[in-house]
Structure formats: C-alpha cells, structure tokens
Design a protein around this ligand. Structure first.
Ligand code: PGA
Length: 242
C-alpha cells in the first residue's frame, strides 16, 4: 500500500489527477473505474484542465462508474449520471459509447442490469485504474459496513450514516434515496490499480480504521489493504488519526 499524505485538498486533487493522467498516457484505451462525491471534484477539474491544454486525450478511454442512486432520473441534479456530466463528461472527448454507469429503471430489471454491467467490465478487459472515495463509515462505492460483502454489482440499502452524510446535497434528509446500485468488492479488488482519495477531519476515523493493519467487512475500505497496487492520497486532516 502506497500511502501519500499531502497538505490539503488542492494537493490531493493535483496528485490524484497526475496518477489518472499517467494511466491514460501509458494506455490510450485505459479502462477507468470512476467515483463521485465531493472528494474527486477537484481532481476531475484538473483532468479537464489537462484535456483543454492538450495534455490528455479521452477518445479511447473507457469508463465504469462505481454506483448510482435508485429512483433518481439521470437528469436529476443529484444523480451520479448528472454529476459525471457536470464534472467530466461534458468537458472532455470521451465517446458516449464508452461510458457505463450502473442503473436500472425498475426493480424487475435490476438484477439483469447488474449482471450486464459486470459482463461489460469483463469484456472491456477489467479495470486498469479504479478511483475511490471513502464514506465516513468506511464504505467504498455504496458497499456499506456489514457482516458479509457482495462481490458482484448489486442493490443496496444505504446505511443511516450515508443518508445523513449525503443529505447535504439534498433539500432534506427525506429526499435522499434509500437505495442504490453499487459495484461489489469483486470488480473493485480485480482492478489492476486502485487510487483512493480522502480529505478532511471527518474522514480521519474511517481512514484510521481502514488502513491500520486490520481487515473487516465492517470497514469495507480495510479490504483494500489486501490489494497489491493501491495508492491512498489523503490530506493531513484525514491522516490525523493514523
Ligand atoms: P464524499 O463521499 O466524497 O462526498 O465525501 C465519499 C463516499 O461516500 O464514498
């Protein structure tokens, strides 16, 4: 595990963008696993800048998003479809056919949609670089703390801590969807490289529990310690309990 502690959010975003850029520069048709949330926004902004300067070409890049709420239309401002358009897809030359976000319009088709999503990742040759944030409860994607974790893409009930943490993006807590679809630990751990970003004091307990040498499904990010090529880029505040 390569743990990089940087000064602040800006430095975290810059280093994150550098690592993603190197992956794309090394392999034009790189397969990226993308994360949403406030953490990677600065990193996406820097990737867009690099694209505008002509330093990055997304033409052959393939992307798979980690997760999406169930029940929000793709054009809902809090959906992850919308987030990705606003932060990256609308600003770079990614080919829409190369973009996948787990999604399903109804409960009946959900299982099949999840299966197809995993198949698509497999057909793309697996993920070269998986980006991750971390929840205040140590979740990755929407894999919430539990006695068991699922390997495949699946439907989840969001944990109370997640609903509370994400309510800052909605008018009220009641508006936060209760369900989501998330990639499971299988596709995440099968990625060739993983990059996890975290910043801020509120992430310090989750960072401590995840990277202190113990592994537990009650802290899903702790499983990343078992991956051979994981880079953790965190700011001083997130590292303050290590
Ligand atoms: P955040 O979310 O980046 O908005 O803090 C991270 C996560 O829940 O994985």
């Amino acid at each position: 595990m390569d743990l990089q502690v940087v000064g602040d959010y800006r430095e975290m975003s810059e280093l994150g963008a550098k690592i993603v850029s190197e992956t794309i520069q090394e392999k034009k048709n790189a397969v990226l696993g993308l994360a949403t949330g406030s953490t990677p926004e600065g990193m996406y902004a820097r990737l867009v800048e690099k694209y505008r300067r002509g330093d990055l070409d997304f033409k052959s890049v393939v992307t798979f998003n980690l997760d999406e709420y169930v029940g929000l239309a793709p054009d809902h401002p809090q959906s992850y479809h919308y987030y990705m358009k606003r932060n990256l897809f609308d600003h770079v030359n990614l080919d829409p056919v190369n973009i996948s976000i787990p999604t399903s319009s109804s409960d009946e088709t959900l299982e099949e949609a999840c299966r197809q999503f995993d198949k698509k990742i497999e057909h793309a040759g697996g993920i070269d670089l998986q980006l991750l944030g971390i929840g205040v409860n140590g979740h990755i994607g929407f894999n919430e703390p539990a006695p068991y974790l699922k390997t495949a893409t699946h439907l989840v009930e969001l944990a109370q801590e997640t609903i509370e943490a994400n309510s800052r993006f909605f008018q009220s807590k009641e508006e936060v969807p209760r369900k989501a679809v998330t990639m499971g630990l299988g596709s995440i751990m099968a990625a060739d490289k993983i990059l996890l970003l975290a910043n801020g004091k509120n992430k310090a307990p989750a960072v401590r529990d995840s990277f202190s040498g113990l592994v537990s499904t009650e802290t899903p990010a702790s499983l990343l310690q078992l991956h051979r090529k994981v880079t953790i880029v965190i700011d001083r505040e997130a590292a303050s309990l290590l």
